[in-house]
Design a protein around this ligand. Sequence first.
Ligand code: ZN
Length: 581
Amino acid sequence: MKKPRIDTGQIFSDSVTKVMKDYKEGKPIDKDKVREELINSGMARLMLMQMNRKQEEFVRIKNRFKRTPKRRFLTAGNKLGKTRIGIAEDIAYAMGYRPWLNKDDPDYKISVKVPNQGLIGCETMLESVPGKIEPELRLLIPSYCTLPEDWKNGSQGVLKSVTLRYNFLGEPCGSVINIRSYNQEARTFEGIDYDWEHWDEPPGEDILQAAERGKITTNAPSWFTMTPISGAYIRNRFVTRAFNNGGMDEEIADIRGSAWDNCQDWCRSCNVFIPENDPERIEPGKMRPVNNCPQCGKIMGFVSKGGLEEYFKTIPPEMRESREEGKWLFLSGLVYEIAAETHMYDDFEIPKKWMKVEAVDPHDARPTRWIFGAVSPEDIIINGKPANRIYWFDYLLAEGNVEEIVRQVKVKRATHNYSEPSCVILDAKFGAKTIKTRLDETSWEEELENAGIKNIRLSHSNPGDVALGHKIVKEYLKPHYSVLQGKNFPGMLFARQACRGERGPWEDMTSYQWKQGTEKPEEAFKDFPDTIRYTALEQLTYQEPPKEIDPRVVEFLMEEKKHELQSSGYSPLSWGLRVSA
Ligand SMILES: [Zn+2]
């Protein structure tokens, strides 16, 4: 059968035909010269699309295997262009490459079979599809890639699928982009094995589960473009596990963006204005002239500062954090504000001279939490009093009897090159409570001491200490100036590798929430925050630890001394009474 082929010469104007020819041959294209005509003809917006810094991160992010993670979450405020880049990815996956990148760009080609079946999930068929999905598809899909009959409507008279008859180069394609909405029943999402899935705003958990069933065989990639307003389960099940967000899952990436990441004439991170990019000074239809921030070099966006400010005036105050900054709405209930980019440090070997501290939240029925920290010599002020910056460098979820727990603790200490911390802070309530052991009744404190744990301190437990503890932890988490490093950073930091993991300190600290409408935190995720609160209340100040002396060295020195004294007429009766000259 003869392959259908479009005669590009009939469809395109002369100059566009030349550009297409050059493009096919991989020749450099003077994008500026043809930009206007192409945009006006609606043929190649996809090719000329430029990304802002967050869209770029979303498209290019790689895990440690140098692969695009299977699930990417772009959680951002309004006006970042998240639906736009999501739809651009949809079309790119349908074609097998990203026409807006150069051919020699490592992210130009996409590893996906073509033709394929893709899914766009959106909130409602009657509003989201005609309101945003279809206009974006029509804007970005070049006009020559489809015929009118390739755009199919469903029973509600709304677009339900579009078939790309041709790809960007005018060659046969055949991929189908299917559109479904979250007001359809979950079971209807089963059945088709999609090759990729794009969720514009989070679906209900039942819908995602149904759609995932098909993915088991294809292991299809998916991306989520969403305002972090609904879908708490998305955050708890996926986003907190993202490898770039303190999690362990290399197949999940979390890209979070503020509307200000799409600003064209002001770089918020540098507080640098770019007057040349002020829309008042740009001719209509022309691109902003400065592409990168002159200070940090990051790509600038496409909306003016004035425009963004006006837009955010229309957003109710309680929604601003989500719609402007891309923060999860329900996280206003979080006990601590803590973020991977500010509160995690790249693991390093803790210097021997730093003061070691450990805190314990003992449990009988579930693993005992044991956290390992170092009080550094870096001075900070907490609650108006001197303190020192604390680095949490490891933890244990220890199971078994007390001896077994202590053995695991000692192994952990040895791997970090020390044997005794300056103190071990133990939950006072639980620590002093009697527990049943095989032999008799005792307490955690006694049991731990018997098993060889020294320097135990019971946590503060006076009335009001819990509230005070939260206040002090919050102070530790705030930035404090470091003279040594010449910058501001938190007074408490967590090791990026060693503190992550399921129910580890990082997950607990970032998920710890207030019970709605109360002044008490939820029980879930409270374990490690408790240990950190006990430690914060101690407000430890740095002291150089006593030298740990190797017993073999002591023995050697004793021998030497004995030898020396013997040869100098030492007498045990008079020694030490002599006045040296
Ligand atoms: Zn900058």
